[in-house]
Design a protein around this ligand. Structure first.
Ligand code: SDX
Length: 441
């Protein structure tokens, strides 16, 4: 069991708040990257006040040692290792182990982790049949979330979050079966037979074969295609307390099982302001392309308060400078499309859009830069992955991050159930009115 994280942050000089003429002191915590926060756990009991922080933009929900990011400097590190080094030197399974178990695996640890995953990629046939009950045009994220939660019904004897062996088993099952379920969701949506995993393939090749092989014809996964997917999954693997990861933690804080918690994360990721943005970016670029490619018109729309149009793939709650992942993906776009001999006009539109926006005072003042979702869809398209599967790809990448945070939260003995307060603005005390005395239609 990992030690209680409370001991990780240093205690610094307390802060003093003056409320209604009285002074109150609160301990200051300093993280290993000098991030500081003051602990207000006693605030309401001592002062009767609570805090208000729309979208939790200034509020930490936990202490965590998994991922560090610095939005001003464009820094992203998994367990201290810079994303640029992992993108260049590692692979998704090794990065998953690093995030989940806290260190780069030895050769034997990595071989065992890979072998465990390989031997659990099959999905119960009854669950596979369940997917066939969805309408053809069901969004794959709806299928993936339903199937992930349904997975728990096949392992009812090993769902105890407090049992390390059962947790390890379920981590292996989720890492192994999510790609199979994702590919099955795709095959279901196009009315093709599901393709079973093959144990002699690596993680990314296995998924791509399940996506594109058909019973009547084998599909040999080109190495550059598998490598491109491997890079994208690494870049999406974790991002500290983002919306979907915070959702996984909140669901897990009630001692819900790991499948239920991960399902919550999948649902939160689906939103177009979060992981759904990669699909929304491609739809936006398509629209601009069809409309003649006038990027300045759309930059103008994004600035127009009377327009609901947002430049999807731009802006970020934390990155107020460049998103290091976007820089890596942008570079990879040219490399992958050249290697695959793919010419996608949307890439040129994306580059022109970025150039126009980054010269515009609105985007400069509001510190809006391309985020991870802005270019990723260009590569997914080059791999022949359909647009409605883009957010499923994001979920596959983010799975180890969700698991790592759920595990860290579950093992932390000081974890409490998440239950925020509110500032109530509804009606004050009102008596019941019998229906005969109610006015209106
Ligand atoms: C991800 O948190 C994470 O780490 C997420 C993620 C991860 O790896 O988990 O990085 C993945 O979700 C990336 C973000 C993907 N979403 C999008 O690309 C959708 C478009 N972006 C926005 O909706 C927005 O930028 C958010 C949701 C990403 C961030 O929103 P915030 O931090 O709440 O900021 P905001 O919406 O309050 O915007 C600040 C200002 C506003 O203007 P004002 O009200 O101050 O006048 O900037 C404007 C916004 O209107 N603005 C945009 C804009 N994004 C923000 N204007 C035009 N186009 C945009 N894309």
């Amino acid at each position: 069991m990992s030690e209680n994280l409370k001991s990780k942050a240093e205690l610094e000089k307390p802060v003093t708040l003056e409320i209604e003429g009285k002074k109150f002191q609160y301990p200051t915590l300093k993280g290993t990257e000098d991030e500081k926060g003051f602990d207000i756990s006693a605030l309401r009991a001592q002062t009767g006040y609570i805090t208000m922080d729309n979208g939790y933009a200034n509020t930490s929900s936990c202490q965590s040692s998994i991922t560090f990011l610095d939005g001003e400097l464009g820094i992203l590190r998994y367990r201290g290792i810079p994303i640029e080094q992992l993108a260049e030197k590692s692979n998704f399974i090794e990065v998953s182990y690093l995030l989940i178990y806290g260190h780069l695996p030895t050769q034997s640890e990595l071989s065992q982790f890979k072998a465990d995953i390989t031997r659990h990629t099959l999905v119960n046939e009854d669950l596979a049949h369940l997917l066939s009950g969805f309408p053809r045009d069901a969004h794959p994220m709806a299928i993936l979330s339903a199937a992930t939660c349904a997975l728990s019904t096949y392992y009812q004897d090993s769902l105890n979050p407090a049992d390390p062996e059962q947790v390890k088993q379920n981590i292996t099952r989720l890492m192994a079966k999510l790609p199979t379920l994702a590919a099955f969701a795709y095959k279901t949506s196009i009315g093709q037979p599901k393709i079973q995993p093959k144990n002699d393939l690596d993680y990314c090749s296995n998924f791509l074969r399940m996506m594109f092989a058909v019973p009547s014809e084998e599909y040999h996964v080109p190495k550059e295609v598998a490598d491109a997917l491997n890079l994208l999954l690494i870049l999406h693997a974790d991002h500290e307390q983002n919306c979907s990861t915070s959702t996984v933690r909140l669901v897990g804080s009630s001692a819900a099982n790991i499948y239920a918690s991960i399902t919550g994360g999948i649902c939160a990721l689906w939103g177009p302001l979060h992981g759904g943005a990669n699909q929304a970016v491609m739809e936006m670029l398509e629209e601009i392309h069809k409309d003649g490619g006038d990027v300045n018109k759309y930059v103008g729309l994004a600035k127009d308060k009377n327009s609901t149009f947002k430049l999807m793939g731009f802006g970020h709650r934390v990155y107020k400078n460049f998103d290091p992942r976007a820089s890596i993906i942008k570079k990879a776009c040219d490399q992958v499309l050249n290697k695959l001999g793919v010419n996608n006009p949307l890439l040129e539109i994306a580059k022109k859009l970025e150039e126009a926006a980054l010269k515009d005072s609105y985007f400069i003042e509001k510190k809006l830069y391309p985020n991870v979702d802005f270019y990723s869809g260009i590569i997914y398209s080059a791999l022949n992955i359909p647009v409605n599967m883009f957010t499923v790809m994001f979920a596959m990448g983010r799975l180890p991050g969700w698991i790592a945070h759920w595990k860290e939260m579950t093992e932390n003995t000081s974890t409490k159930i998440g239950r925020p307060r509110q500032i109530y603005t509804g009606p004050t005390k009102t008596d019941y009115t019998p229906i005969s005395q109610r006015r209106g239609k």
